[in-house]
Design a protein. Structure first.
Length: 248
């Protein structure tokens, strides 16, 4: 009798998760605010709205045939329908809300992958979003070129700041963050200029490569290079931060 009650409770919990749009094992709002997660659309022609409600204005649709992107999931909130919605950052549509039923999380147990997603949140998924976060750049430089093994022209948009730059490639009118390179100013999540190697290793683990006082970490098609120089007391300290992301 007791085992039957347990099964009933478990079935009730699963039913709640399904009807509320909460995926089993999905991160909480508090976790997403601290450590955003990667997500992909689990449906076709899914609306992204300006607020967590089916009454919200549609900003466009994701999950169309032939188009895929890794979304940055940064927040969660109950909608007026009582179900969970997630705030996402999209390269195609910018910032908006998606019903939890149509979102699938990926890489939740990959700390380094979560770090790279955090960088995409902090730098933004579009040039306009970068300017919202870092302020007006000193200069914006654009150039059009044809990458090797790519069938169309690409426009590179480089936002230059006093301490470094952020670069997007515009492909088929959609921006793609390909890199950020700073020698001062912008932190990379919890890693700031002047931090020692002990803190970096505590946060990211042992580097995958070390060369000329530069530590390299990689996950899939993403890399971060952390350069060390000498601090004011002669100790090793972070003096350069580089993020790279392959477009294809």
């Amino acid at each position: 009798m007791r085992s039957l009650r347990i099964r009933v409770i478990l079935l009730s919990v699963c039913a709640f998760l399904l009807t509320s749009g909460i995926a089993a094992g999905a991160p909480s709002r508090e976790e997403l605010l601290e450590r955003p997660a990667a997500g992909v659309v689990a449906g076709a022609n899914v609306n992204v709205r300006d607020r967590p409600s089916t009454r919200g204005k549609s900003l466009g649709r994701l999950g169309e045939d032939g188009y895929w992107e890794e979304l940055v999931v940064v927040d969660a909130a109950p909608g007026d329908d009582g179900q969970i919605w997630y705030k996402i950052l999209s390269e195609k549509l910018g910032e908006g809300w998606m019903h939890g039923r149509f979102l699938r999380f990926e890489g939740l147990d990959d700390p380094l992958g979560r770090f790279f997603v955090l960088l995409r949140r902090d730098f933004g998924t579009t040039p306009a979003m970068t300017q919202q976060r870092l302020g007006k750049p000193v200069k914006i430089e654009r150039k059009t070129f044809r990458p090797e093994d790519y069938p169309e022209n690409v426009t590179s948009v480089e936002l230059r700041y006093p301490g470094g730059s952020v670069v997007f490639w515009i492909m088929k009118k959609i921006p793609f963050l390909v890199g950020a390179d700073f020698e001062e100013g912008a932190a990379f999540g919890p890693i700031s200029f002047g931090d020692g190697p002990e803190k970096v290793e505590r946060l990211l683990g042992e580097p995958h490569g070390v060369r000329n006082r530069v530590w390299t970490y990689h996950s899939g098609m993403r890399r971060v290079h952390i350069g060390f120089g000498l601090g004011p007391n002669g100790e090793a300290a972070v003096n350069r931060l580089i993020f790279e992301r392959d477009a294809f």
